[in-house]
Design a protein around this ligand. Structure first.
Ligand code: C5P
Length: 234
């Protein structure tokens, strides 16, 4: 059980720019980090990232990059000047791709942490085996997590159920970021395996990613504050 800080990241999964900025204006001062994923980045691009950062939020850009090392490194370099603090790549892209991404990040923005995504939680053993991966999902997660860290990545996105295992095997400075977090009594939506913010923090998460329980709350600021206070109780 660890006693480190655990912070809240809002998953800003909304269809339109004006609605997203209005949501953020309600949350200003209540939380520090915002995750911008493919939906909003593809629709509104780097300018939207700048708009969110200029409201005072730190940006986690969840693009889950996967391509040949040169292309991924070039994509990371293309973020030069954008105020992004965390960026995701697929660990299954391999050592060379991850090292190239980490090197490009260090070159363009020393504040930028590149994080690895191991096995998508939408995979079960059968789905993974169809792609030629014979290892059980949890072993593949551990293998890719180690490879990501050995390749120079600073952290991993993982399911709450993987926290304990990864925290037990990886160096302490590796950041673990977990979605699939729900305050008790709140709908899991379609998330199959959820954990409360307090438990995720207890099992070693450095960040929890929460979207709908805040975005759909009657009072989003109050919902965010309740999660943050849960993160502190452990
Ligand atoms: O709304 P909700 O709290 O379920 O949002 C969780 C966020 O984390 C979404 O942006 C989702 O894409 C992301 N995510 C997830 N499960 C994973 C990986 C990412 O829910 N295994």
């Amino acid at each position: 059980m660890s006693k480190h800080d655990c912070k809240l990241i809002l998953a800003l999964d909304l269809p339109d720019r004006a609605g997203a900025l209005e949501m953020l204006s309600k949350l200003k001062g209540g939380l520090e980090w915002v995750k911008i994923g493919l939906q909003m980045y593809i629709a509104y691009g780097g300018e939207f990232v700048r708009d969110v950062a200029s409201m005072g939020f730190k940006i986690f850009l969840d693009l889950k990059l996967y391509d040949i090392p040169n292309t991924v490194a070039s994509a990371v370099r293309s973020l030069d000047g954008l105020p992004v603090s965390m960026l995701t790549v697929h660990a299954s892209g391999g050592r060379e791709m991850m090292s190239a991404a980490a090197a490009a990040a260090a070159e363009t923005n020393p504040e930028l942490s590149v994080l690895g995504v191991t096995v998508l939680t939408s995979f079960n053993a059968a789905g993974l085996s169809e792609t030629g991966v014979a290892l059980p999902p949890e072993e593949q997660v551990s293998l890719l997590a180690k490879l990501a860290v050995d390749s120079g990545l600073r952290g991993l996105v993982c399911s709450p159920l993987e926290l304990k295992r990864l925290r037990g095997t990886l160096a302490e400075d590796v950041k673990l970021i977990t979605p699939g977090v729900r305050p008790s009594g709140v709908s899991p939506d379609e998330q199959k395996r959820v954990m409360t913010p307090a438990d995720a923090a207890r099992y070693g998460a450095n960040f929890v990613v929460v979207g709908r329980p805040i975005l759909r709350a009657p009072d989003p600021l109050e919902a965010a504050r309740a999660i943050i206070s849960d993160l502190d109780i452990r």
